[in-house]
Design a protein around this ligand. Structure first.
Ligand code: SAM
Length: 272
């Protein structure tokens, strides 16, 4: 149940140009998603999922230790930022996975949809800076609906010294993605974490994936919300070289991140 304050922020935001249209689209898209297909996809995710910490240790133990240090730094910063803004700046916590994969893959062009407070952006930018080879991040967001003055909080987790390699746009994927795609040829890493409806995923990924490099990585957060990721992998299976290395990450049985083109495990967990 939203509080009176979040309700009044929502109503104020609805009066802003473009908001009502985007929200109406989200509500429409949520209806009519097929629950049986989602349950089948979920069973598959549960069956193949790998815990990120196990994956890190199996692929690169040294980088796993560096990633854990980064994770601790993020949590320290979250406490500082939360004290500054006066509320809890929370996250579902996939930043360690994003940091690890960015360090390991060394992408030059990273695109993400969905920024919110910027945990993912922080992870990408910190890893790109540590890679030290000029990689850049393009981020697309549409600010939260339930806070007054929402733009103020987008990406607030990203420290000032990491912002120089960052292009952040906040007009929604429909406007931001076509603008961004005009700025580079191919993408090395794409993280989708904005509109979670199947329709939103088809729209955003339909624009971006044709520009993913042959050796590129595609990550999608919260794949449990519908069958989109499962269906994408099945549909692209035999013809797409990247689909040979699909990894589903999940620390619990409830929330998953899908990865295509991610380095496969050298051996099944527990048999090293
Ligand atoms: C789950 S949050 C992103 C979390 C972020 N990646 C992190 O790690 O902290 C989803 C974000 O996507 C934004 N969003 C939702 N629909 C969008 C759209 N159509 N275009 C762009 N951003 C959208 C939301 O406002 C929210 O900021």
């Amino acid at each position: 149940m939203p509080s009176a304050r979040s309700l009044s922020s929502l109503l104020r935001n609805l009066a802003r140009p473009g908001y009502a249209r985007v929200i109406a689209g989200k509500v429409r898209a949520r209806f009519g998603e097929d629950d049986a297909a989602r349950q089948r996809a979920l069973a598959w995710y549960r069956d193949i999922r790998v815990r990120p910490v196990d994956y890190f240790a199996a692929i690169d133990p040294e980088l796993a230790a560096e990633t854990a240090e980064f994770g601790a730094k993020v949590r320290e910063r979250a406490a500082v930022v939360s004290a500054e803004v006066g509320f809890d700046v929370d996250s579902a916590g996939r930043y360690e996975l994003l940091y690890f994969l960015t360090r390991r893959q060394r992408p030059k062009v990273v695109v993400e949809t969905g920024v919110a407070y910027g945990y993912s952006s922080y992870a990408f930018l910190a890893a790109l800076a540590r890679n030290g080879d000029g990689g850049r991040l393009w981020s697309s967001d549409f600010p939260f609906f339930r806070r007054a003055d929402p733009e103020r909080f987008v990406g607030i987790m990203v420290p000032d010294d990491l912002r120089s390699g960052w292009s952040l746009r906040t007009k929604g994927d429909g406007v931001n993605l076509p603008e961004m795609l005009a700025e580079f040829a191919t993408i090395d890493l794409f993280h989708y974490d904005s509109d979670k409806s199947a329709r939103g995923r088809s729209f955003g990924c339909g624009l971006v994936l044709p520009r993913l490099a042959e050796s590129g990585v595609f990550l999608m957060d919260d794949i449990q919300d519908n069958a989109w990721f499962h269906d994408y992998v099945m549909a692209n299976g035999p013809d797409d070289p990247r689909s040979k290395s699909v990894v589903v990450f999940g620390g619990s049985n409830r929330a998953f991140v899908g990865g295509v083109g991610v380095e496969p495990l050298p051996h099944p967990i527990g048999t090293a």
